[in-house]
Design a protein around this ligand. Structure first.
Ligand SMILES: [Zn+2]
Ligand SMILES: [Zn+2]
Length: 273
């Protein structure tokens, strides 16, 4: 037992263990026991639409592009998410936004590890090379309220995971040259949270409003810093994807300002419809 377990004994919060006071042991990180993590959460192994990452349910067919993607072309190349945004996963994600307690963060780290298979898959399909990891920026108002940008934590976590792997693969440290893997180069110019439109709202205001109302830009960068960010494959990181409008808006800026090759969005959760 670690001292954290003594101070904060962790009980599985999953529905299978409800009322049983199932204590998590030191090898069981996070908030759920492995069985509950498997049974209560819906993991996306492969999305139904390989572009926007939408998921139609277990056993549904897989398409290169869905109807939405054909009707509304977007600037990003693909979206992938670890889990379906349902009652269970949303509850845990929300808990993290308001409480950075160690168990919750461990749970989020486990969810980010599920990105690896998606990255492998994207590498195969799109020849992803040495990607630059960029968090989706938050508005100043929301940062002030929460005190942190969850996307930034997730992006740094992924950067750590990928670097660890890289070091394992490399025999020579020299291959880890000065090329940046992580950059918080995007800034949000949105005045309020409303820019993150819900699909229902967007459907009420058809046309370009959803994406157009989201404004992102590139930070002022030194020439030498910017040079390392040019012509890269980019993994955008966010906690949740609702419509893909944020990914589209960010990808447009990254392509225009940094000549990004391909922009992918990785999120923990995916809203489905
Ligand atoms: Zn459990
Ligand atoms: Zn699609």
């Amino acid at each position: 037992m670690s001292w954290l377990d003594i101070i904060f004994p962790r009980y599985c919060l999953g529905a299978n263990c409800e009322g049983q006071q199932r204590l998590l042991n030191k090898y069981e990180l996070g908030l759920l026991c492995p069985e509950c993590r498997d049974k209560n959460l819906t993991w996306i192994d492969q999305p139904s639409c390989l572009r926007c990452g939408q998921w139609y349910g277990e056993g549904a067919l897989t398409f290169d592009q869905c109807r939405n993607c054909i009707d509304q072309p977007h600037a990003y190349t693909a979206i992938r998410s670890s889990l379906v945004a349902d009652e269970h996963s949303m509850e845990l994600l929300k808990a993290w936004k308001y409480d950075k307690q160690v168990g919750i963060w461990q749970e989020m780290q486990i969810w980010t590890q599920a990105w690896q298979k998606h990255i492998d898959n994207l590498t195969e399909i799109h020849d992803l090379q040495h990607p630059l990891i960029v968090p989706v920026p938050t508005t100043r108002a929301s940062y002030m309220k929460r005190g942190f940008n969850q996307a930034e934590w997730l992006a740094q976590e992924l950067n750590k995971q990928l670097n660890k792997q890289l070091i394992k693969q490399l025999t020579k440290q020299t291959a880890l040259d000065g090329t940046a893997n992580y950059s918080d180069c995007l800034i949000s110019k949105n005045k309020n949270k409303q820019a993150r439109l819900l699909r229902s709202q967007r459907l009420k205001n058809p046309g370009s409003k959803g994406a157009a109302s989201q404004q992102f830009d590139i930070k002022k960068l030194r020439q030498s810093t910017k040079a390392k960010l040019l012509n890269r494959d980019i993994l955008l990181i966010d906690d949740i994807c609702t419509t893909g409008a944020t990914a589209h808006a960010c990808a447009k800026v990254l392509k225009r300002e940094l000549k990004a090759r391909n922009v992918f969005l990785l999120t923990l959760l995916r809203k489905t419809w």
